[in-house]
Design a protein around this ligand. Structure first.
Ligand SMILES: *Cc1c(COP(=O)(O)O)cnc(C)c1O
Length: 344
């Protein structure tokens, strides 16, 4: 085995879904867009459907079709990008529920698929997707007559609980949906943690299911073990890797492991990333290259067969912090080259 090995703990994902579900009196959907944040939408959705999830969310209709194939008929699959040109047959054949974002999408949907379920996405200030308040005023009576399956919006700053944008968007959402007899949804992972005012009828966690911040109580989901290809002694004054950015200051032992930026381990991680042998943290030495990372294992005292980059000690957010990014990006970048196995 020469590639890295990614282990995805489906039981941990189900446990995270249950504990987010237990924080609200609302239904808890599961966001499985971007191939379940890189972890495998089919496997994840099937596991969560078995655990009791009755609604799933994806970004695009193509993703929705893959999720439908994995879970079969029954659960709702909401599509954040709505009903786009060319989507009609996928929406119909896979019983997807587009979340309508514009007047154009509304017209397209009712003309192409009259009677087919849809939801409404409202813009409450993020200015990314959804109907603006003025568009909603114009469309509201017609849309409500057609009994939308869901009316939702999305928070821009929910990972910062004290940000005034949260209350501002909540007030806008309440105002735009007052006196409406349809299920409402405002919150993703961060919004769940803001408390019951933000929960409405359904929540839509994604990253928290996969062990990421801001759900600090999440159970870790991914383990990434990378085989050591070669080890060598490096004398003081010798350098390691591209650009000679690491110079040995003592007699050193260097291990070369089989993963790099082509596997989603961004080049920026060369500055300070640790990999683990058991409980011992070993620093990356020199630049991350395309397929290889060099590690200073001098203090380990032996040559390991593998080193671990993601585990319970070092999750996606800790790795992200080294690279100046967020756990979401580390997860969704996890490479196609890893051997993958699922636990649970
Ligand atoms: C991605 C997304 C979610 C899930 O967000 P997390 O922060 O991963 O929980 C929910 N709703 C919408 C509209 C999204 O785009």
């Amino acid at each position: 085995m020469s590639t890295g090995h990614l282990t995805i703990d489906l039981d941990a994902i189900a446990a995270n879904w249950r504990s987010l579900d237990a924080q609200t009196a609302s239904e808890t959907a599961a966001v499985v867009k971007a191939d379940a944040y890189g972890l495998g939408a089919g496997r994840v959705a099937a596991k969560l459907a078995a655990a009791g999830a009755r609604s799933f969310c994806v970004a695009a209709t193509e993703e929705g079709a893959a999720v439908r194939a994995a879970i079969g008929p029954g659960p709702a699959i909401y599509v954040f990008s709505g009903h786009m040109i060319g989507d009609t047959s996928l929406v119909r054949d896979n019983a997807l529920t587009p979340l309508i974002n514009s007047v154009d999408q509304m017209l397209r949907h009712v003309e192409a698929l009259p009677g087919h379920p849809f939801g409404i996405q409202l813009d409450t200030g993020m200015n990314r997707l959804g109907l603006e308040p003025s568009e909603w005023s114009a469309l509201r009576a017609i849309a409500l007559d057609l009994k939308p399956a869901l009316i939702m919006s999305h928070l821009a700053c929910a990972d910062e609980p004290s940000h005034p944008m949260n209350a501002q968007q909540l007030a806008a959402f309440v105002e735009m949906t007052a006196d409406i007899d349809a299920p409402r949804s405002l919150s993703a992972t961060g919004g769940i943690l803001l408390g019951p005012d933000y929960h409405f009828d359904m929540t839509r966690p994604g990253v928290g299911l996969y062990g990421g911040a801001p759900f600090d109580a999440a159970i870790p989901v991914v383990t990434l073990d990378i085989p050591v290809i070669q080890t060598r002694d490096v004398a003081p004054g010798e350098t390691v890797g591209y650009g000679n950015t690491f110079t040995a200051t003592r007699p050193s032992r260097i291990a070369t492991i089989s993963a790099g930026y082509a596997d989603g381990l961004h080049r920026a991680l060369g500055n300070g990333l640790m990999v683990f042998s058991g409980d011992v943290a070993c620093p990356v030495a020199g630049r991350v290259s395309m397929d290889l990372i060099t590690v200073d294992i001098t203090d380990l005292g032996h040559d390991p067969d593998t080193l671990t980059l993601l585990n319970a000690r070092q999750g996606v957010d800790a790795v992200a912090a080294v690279g100046g990014t967020i756990g979401y990006e580390i997860l969704t970048a996890l490479g196609a080259r890893y051997a993958r196995s699922y636990a649970g």
